[in-house]
Ligand binder design. Structure first.
Ligand code: HEM
Length: 363
């Protein structure tokens, strides 16, 4: 992973079309510039301003859930929140229009392509209906993003992208990739955490108590900074990393972990497997035990829910904010139970709980 962009490359785009991925290639360099600009735009001040908006929106979600005793397919409901969170973060007070919904439509159009075990040459792919549908969905989203860029208002990540010298088309390209990455993955991470809390009521009670005390001023520090909250999220990302497979391609002949890899070999790193086999978690790697994170500092490469190296997750800062804000608010408010859930998760793209219905009881 640390040799990404040189010895090991990210060689496909969102639609699995081949790209170079090598340092020095104009497409790779443009992407890396966009990454740097995005990360600069996720500084503490921008995140602090966004937190207030997100807390209010989470309260709105909670108000809707309070009227119910269960929620079927919580990922779908949380996706809507994470998608709107991203468009708000990007466009500030400008009206993002239907950008969040269009991102969902593009993701739905891409899913059969990303999850297919078959990969046809581009000359054939171009004529496949699913490929064309995804191209159309991307164009529709791009139109919506361009419109939002020109809408009245101000603030948001798009201004950092412009300040960093990205022209509107380069910004739109960044927004498409970031929008897709921030749509389902944070929703999956929140949902896995709620499932873990449902199955570990003692942890859930302890967490809710601490969060409640922090809110009323009886506890130490602010709720979102509570260590048990951080450990709970870290432990959930360890056991159920939403991006459970990370792909690289060997650039020329390479050696890695004692293996000789021929040029073009595909290398798959699975955070799911690493997190359950790394020495730091030995003994009870499959057990949900947030307290293990007290004083724990996993060794290099042992914990990688956000990847590592030059292509690690661009949106980690925003993702952390979303996870702490949303999980804290929900854990304080509800006792969760698992009403239904398939034994096997959905592993086709993002790691998702399948057929999940969560029971809700107000605290
Ligand atoms: C819990 C939430 C999230 C998790 C667990 C997560 C995890 C990951 C992982 C494992 C990767 C692959 C890293 C690699 O290939 O080395 C990745 C890539 C990426 N993530 Fe995230 N992510 C999350 C949320 C977000 C959000 C909110 C955004 C955008 C605001 C985002 C934007 C991206 C982008 C653009 C990439 C591709 C980076 C590249 O290829 O250079 N992610 N993420």
């Amino acid at each position: 992973m640390k040799r990404t962009n040189t010895d090991f490359l990210v060689t496909s785009n969102i639609r699995r079309d081949e790209v170079s991925g090598e340092r020095g290639d104009p497409g790779t360099e443009a992407w890396m510039r966009g990454r740097r600009a995005t990360q600069k735009g996720m500084g503490p001040a921008a995140l602090a301003a966004h937190r207030e908006w997100l807390a209010e929106e989470t309260e709105r979600l909670i108000a809707g859930w309070r009227a119910r005793s269960s929620v079927t397919d919580p990922v779908a409901e949380l996706e809507r929140l994470s998608a709107r969170s991203f468009t708000r973060f990007c466009f500030g007070t400008r009206d993002p229009g239907a950008a969040a919904r269009r991102t969902g439509e593009l993701l739905a159009a891409l899913t059969p392509i990303i999850s297919s075990p078959f990969h046809f040459p581009r000359a054939i792919r171009r004529f496949m209906p699913r490929y064309r549908r995804s191209v159309d969905a991307q164009r529709t989203l791009e139109r919506e993003l361009r419109r939002a860029l020109d809408a009245p208002g101000g603030g948001g990540l798009v201004e950092s992208l412009a300040d960093a010298g990205l022209d509107p088309e380069a910004s739109v390209r960044m927004l498409v990739s970031n929008g897709l990455a921030s749509y389902r993955v944070p929703a999956a991470a929140v949902t896995w955490t709620l499932v873990a809390l449902a199955r570990h009521p003692a942890v859930a009670d302890e967490l809710a108590g601490r969060l409640g005390r922090a809110r009323t001023g009886d506890g130490a520090g602010d709720a979102d900074g509570d260590p048990l909250l951080a450990w709970t999220i870290a432990e959930s990302l360890r056991l159920w990393p939403p991006n459970w497979l990370i792909l690289r391609t060997a650039n020329g002949e390479q050696s890695c972990g004692g293996w000789r890899l021929p040029p073009g070999a595909s290398v798959i790193v699975s955070p799911y497997v690493v997190h359950r086999t790394a020495p730091s978690f030995a003994g009870d790697p499959d057990t949900f035990r947030p307290e293990r994170w007290s004083g724990m500092n996993p060794g290099p490469g042992e914990y990688l829910p956000y990847g590592i190296g030059s292509r690690w997750c661009v949106g980690k800062a925003l993702a952390d904010l979303e996870l702490t804000t949303i999980v804290a608010a929900l854990a304080r408010e509800f006792r969760f139970s698992v009403r239904t859930m398939a034994e096997r998760p959905d592993v086709r793209t993002t790691l998702l709980p399948a057929s999940l219905t969560l029971g809700l009881r107000p605290r």
